[in-house]
Design a protein around this ligand. Structure first.
Ligand code: PHE
Length: 374
C-alpha cells in the first residue's frame, strides 16, 4: 500500500553528524498503518472521513500519502515555529541532514497545500518524534490535520476585523464538537486555551471519558501570516491536529501503543473495516522483566538518547525506561539509575534472552553515550 518508497541510504547516514535516524526508525517508514482498512488506525481515519464527507458534502480533500521526509522549512519555518523552539532540537526531532527532517507533525504540509490552492483539506500520515519510552509513547505515530479557509463572503465581512476571527473560531469549535460526538457519542467536552506557533487563539478539546478528562486534539485560528505568505491575504482559516493512536487506544481499549505495530493474528484479527470501538480483548499478558542500570551521566546525556540506544538493541521488547534514582555526589558527578521493563506482547521471554539483551544494552549505552556504568 501507499506510494512512499525511501531507500535506507537516503535517511540513515551513520557518518553524517547532522543525521540522527536509526535503523529502527527507517524500518517503520512506508508501513502506513493508517492505510489499512482493518487496522484500528485505518478504521478511525475512515470514521473521521465519514464525518467530513457527510457534513461538508465532500469538500474536504484527503491526503494520506504525502512523503514524511520534509524540509526544515516545511516542518518549522512555514508554520512559524520560532528559531529557538525546543521541537527543532536534535534531541526532539529526527534529522536526515541539516535541511531535512522526518516530519514531526502533519502541520508540515499546511503551507504547500495552501499554495496549491486548497481551501478544505485533511492530511493523515506517520509522524516522528524522539521521545522516552512507555506504554503511550512511540517514536513513530500518526496524526490527522484538518484545515479550512474562509473568504469574506463566508462571514459577510468587508475586511479583516474581529468578526472574521470570531467566525472562524466558532466554526472550528462547532465542527470539532460534532466530530467528537461522531467518535465518542454524547460526551461532556471542554475547551482549554493553549499555545501553538501557527494558530491564535489556540485551543485543546478535552472530553470526559472513563472518569477522566482526555485531550483529544489541538487546534486554533490560523495565524494571518501563514495565509498571507501562501496566497490567501484577506482570508481566515482554522486548523486542527489530532493523534490517531491516542484516540484509538481509548476507543478500542488498546493498552500499549506498541500493539499497533504488531502482526500477531491475535491482535490484527480483532478489528474489521467500519467497526469503530470494538473492544480489544488482550491475549494473555506475558510477564515483564525489570533490569536496573546505573551510570554517571555527562553533559550531553539526555533521556531521549538513552531510549534510542535501548530501542536500537531491544526494539519493541522494551516496554518502559524509567528514571528511578538520581543523585549528585560531593564532586558534582550525577548518577542516574534507570529501570528497563522488558516484555514481549507475543510470548514469554527467557532469562537467558533478557540477560543477553541487558548485557548488550549496557555495552551500547557505554560506547554510544560515553557514560560511566556503575
Ligand atoms: N501540530 C500540532 C501538534 O502536533 C497540532 C495542531 C495542528 C495544533 C493544527 C493546531 C493546529 O501538536
Amino acid at each position: 500500500v501507499g506510494g512512499v518508497k525511501i531507500a535506507r541510504k537516503d535517511v540513515v547516514k551513520e557518518d553524517d553528524p547532522t543525521n540522527n535516524v536509526p535503523d529502527t526508525i527507517f524500518s517503520k517508514i512506508g508501513l502506513q498503518l493508517h492505510m489499512r482498512d482493518n487496522h484500528p488506525l485505518g478504521i478511525l481515519k475512515n470514521t473521521i472521513y465519514d464525518y467530513f464527507d457527510k457534513n461538508f458534502a465532500g469538500q474536504f480533500y484527503k491526503f494520506d500519502d504525502l512523503c514524511p521526509l520534509v524540509s526544515v522549512k516545511q516542518n518549522f519555518d512555514d508554520v512559524l515555529v520560532p528559531a529557538d523552539h525546543v521541537s527543532r532540537s536534535y534531541n526532539d526531532t529526527y534529522y536526515v541532514d541539516g535541511q531535512t527532517v522526518l516530519r514531526c507533525h502533519t502541520s508540515a504540509h499546511q503551507a504547500e497545500l495552501l499554495r496549491d490552492g486548497h481551501t478544505h483539506f485533511l492530511v493523515t500520515g506517520d509522524v516522528y518524534r524522539r521521545d522516552s519510552i512507555d506504554s503511550t509513547h512511540y517514536p513513530v505515530f500518526h496524526q490527522m490535520e484538518g484545515f479550512r479557509v474562509f473568504s469574506p463572503d463566508d462571514w459577510s465581512g468587508s475586511g479583516m476585523d474581529g468578526t472574521a476571527y470570531a467566525y472562524a473560531a466558532a466554526d472550528l469549535k462547532k465542527t470539532l464538537e460534532g466530530l467528537a460526538r461522531h467518535l465518542f457519542g454524547a460526551v461532556e467536552m471542554r475547551w482549554v486555551d493553549t499555545y501553538f506557533p501557527f494558530t491564535n487563539p489556540s485551543f485543546e478539546l478535552e472530553i470526559y471519558f472513563q472518569d477522566d478528562w482526555l485531550e483529544v486534539l489541538g487546534c486554533g485560528v490560523t495565524e494571518q501570516e501563514i495565509l498571507k505568505r501562501n496566497g490567501r491575504t484577506d482570508h481566515v482559516a482554522w486548523a486542527f491536529g489530532l493523534g490517531l493512536e491516542r484516540l484509538a487506544m481509548v476507543l478500542f481499549d488498546i493498552p500499549d501503543i506498541r500493539l499497533f505495530w504488531s502482526n500477531d493474528k491475535r491482535f490484527t484479527s480483532q478489528f474489521s473495516e467500519g467497526k469503530l470501538g470494538v473492544k480489544f480483548k488482550p491475549f494473555s499478558k506475558f510477564p515483564p522483566c525489570y533490569k536496573d542500570m546505573s551510570f554517571w551521566i555527562n553533559d550531553e546525556f539526555t533521556e531521549n538518547n538513552l531510549c534510542e540506544v535501548v530501542r536500537g538493541i531491544a526494539g519493541d521488547l522494551v516496554e518502559e525506561v524509567k528514571l528511578i534514582d538520581n543523585f549528585t555526589n560531593k564532586k558534582g558527578m550525577t548518577s542516574h539509575c534507570y529501570r528497563i521493563a522488558y516484555r514481549s506482547m507475543e510470548r514469554s521471554l527467557t532469562d537467558e534472552e533478557i540477560n543477553d539483551l541487558q548485557w548488550n544494552v549496557r555495552e551500547a549505552v557505554k560506547s554510544k553515550l560515553k557514560v560511566e556504568l556503575r
